[in-house]
Design a protein around this ligand. Structure first.
Ligand code: KIV
Ligand code: ZN
Length: 534
């Protein structure tokens, strides 16, 4: 299937070989995952990273969902110039106008509008007949297309939709000007052969299908998000919707790094071009997990800590003789460098900045000063400072910029003789406050002190510690998950001192909670409010 004349805003990047467009939805579908809320500076950093990665389209948010989402889409549209910037909208006038307004300053813009088409969604969620849904498709796509040239339409829950109705709605959407048709496996229900057949069915039955790019959007409830996406591409789709680290609601979306590296590594079987700078993948993964607090599982394909580690003797022996014995892609190709000793305690600010730049970080003067101070503290405590230590430290610094609550100091009395006691100072909205609390163990005492200084109803649901590098002087990376009124947030902190890392993680989660409290997501984000079409 040729992409010629289908989509003006991405057409210029076409090459002779068939191009698969990468549509990243980390900032929209990814952010919908419970606990993954991000503030504006964090979203801007991720958007810049996505541009560095070379994604074709960034779905920057859902502008009607909250002022924060609107602001994020608007600022990303101003800042990021190369990729198409996309805003999501339900099939309603207000949603579509809000999306167009947020995208106003984008160099290249897309409105992505959607409505459910499956019987179960139409009946129970929308309480609409199929005739009303068809009317909404026509109204919404027409309205969006009057505002922008690049319109994507999605039949939500497409994979559980009646085929005749799916074909009719897709045909209508294209007739009204949709340039991309996305086929979501919203509930992650499909298996690869079935999803491929659905894409082929649309190609065979929808008469004007050649006037739009077909897109795949697969959730991972059965662990098949990437497999289904690749099956859809093999069947003729030319856009894939995905997220960094597979972030997303429930089990997440198809992981971008897996889709891209599968196409690159098995280009003999999937002869498509993707415009991704793969050497930026590891850094993008680290940035997203650092900002959201969602740790990447150790054995995760491509970006897991163990993805390129060879532990067994037989494997190590083979690797020493020839890398190809057990390696199908190089760690360098995804930006994983050998863990090297980088700097020592005598290294100066200049060397530290040069190292950061080499690793792809560009910090402002204040952030650099803070990071350097923390590096010096770390180098004093730790014999060897590795790349991974620097990444943990700097990501922590980036996350803690713009936070309302900051950890100033912590002193803990611990040991066999109780009670354990923590004396803690926090800066809250610029004002320093100190307290001493006891608890059932040093972590409990520390968390009690934080709660005394910043009381919330939030409940701690998870507390997890792991070491960033090897050795007893390794930095501890602590993750916490909290819940308040159904809102789930995560926090992360890294330090050689596990208790300080724990306090940082808790404070980081509180900052995420404050961001989340400001957001006013509509009760059911994809249910219309009596406002259908143009
Ligand atoms: O999974 C889904 O159906 C979606 C749509 C909004 C495209 O995310
Ligand atoms: Zn989705």
């Amino acid at each position: 299937m040729s992409t010629d004349s289908k989509n003006e805003s991405v057409k210029e990047t076409d090459t002779k070989r068939e191009r698969v467009y990468i549509f990243d939805t980390t900032l929209r579908d990814g952010e919908q995952s419970p606990g993954a809320s991000m503030n504006l500076p964090e979203k801007l950093r991720i958007a810049e990273m996505l541009e560095t990665l070379g994604v074709d389209i960034i779905e920057a948010g859902f502008p009607i969902a909250s002022n924060g989402d609107f602001e994020a889409v608007r600022e990303i549209a101003k800042l990021v110039r190369k990729p198409v910037i996309c805003g999501l909208a339900r099939a309603g006038t207000k949603d579509i106008l809000r999306a167009a307004e947020a995208l106003k300053d984008a160099e290249r813009k897309r409105i992505h509008t959607f409505i459910s088409t499956s019987p179960v969604h139409m009946k129970h969620k929308l309480q609409m007949t199929s005739e009303q849904v068809m009317e909404a498709v026509i109204g919404s796509v027409t309205q969006a297309r009057n505002l922008v040239d690049d319109v994507e339409w999605s039949p939500e829950d497409a994979t559980r939709t009646d085929h005749d109705f799916l074909c009719a709605t897709v045909e209508a959407a294209i007739k009204c000007g949709a340039t991309t048709i996305n086929i979501p496996d919203t509930v992650g229900y499909c298996i690869p052969t079935e999803y491929a057949d659905l894409i082929k069915m649309l190609i065979n039955r929808v008469p004007n299908i050649d006037q739009a790019i077909l897109s795949v959007h697969c959730h991972n409830d059965l662990g098949l998000g990437v497999a289904n996406s690749l099956a859809g591409i093999a069947a003729g789709a030319r856009q894939v919707e995905c997220t960094i680290n597979g972030l997303g609601e429930r089990a997440g979306n198809a992981a971008m790094e897996e889709v891209v590296m599968a196409i690159k590594t098995r280009n003999d079987m999937m002869p498509y071009d993707v415009g991704i700078e793969t050497t930026a993948i590891a850094k993008a993964s680290k940035l997203v997990s650092g900002i959201t607090g969602f740790a990447v599982q150790y054995n995760k394909a491509i970006v897991g800590k163990n993805a390129f580690a060879h532990e067994s003797g037989i494997h190590q022996d083979g690797m020493l003789k020839n890398n190809e014995t057990y390696e199908i892609m190089t760690p360098e190709s995804v930006g994983v460098s050998e863990t090297t000793l980088v700097l020592g305690k005598l290294s100066g600010r200049h060397a530290f900045r040069a190292k950061l730049e080499e690793m792809g970080y560009q910090l402002g003067a204040n952030a650099l000063d803070d990071a350097f101070k923390r590096f010096k503290d770390l180098a004093d405590k730790k014999r060897e400072v590795f790349d991974a230590d620097i990444v943990a430290l700097v990501d922590d610094e980036i996350i803690s910029e713009n936070e309302r609550i900051r950890l100033v100091s912590l002193r803990v009395i611990s040991g066999t003789e109780g009670p354990q006691e923590a004396t803690l100072t926090l800066e809250i909205d610029g004002e320093e406050k100190t307290t001493t609390s006891s608890g059932d163990g040093p972590v409990d005492a520390t968390f009690n002190a934080i709660k005394a200084l910043f009381p919330t109803k939030a409940r701690l649901e998870l507390y997890q510690v792991h070491a960033v590098t090897k050795g007893t002087d390794a930095q501890a990376e602590v993750s916490v998950r909290m819940e308040e009124d159904g809102k789930i947030v995560l926090g992360r902190g890294a330090e050689t001192d596990t208790l300080v890392a724990s306090a940082r993680a808790y404070v980081n989660a509180l900052n995420h909670l404050l961001v989340k409290r400001e957001r006013t997501v509509p009760p059911a984000m994809d249910v219309l409010e009596g406002d259908i079409g143009a």
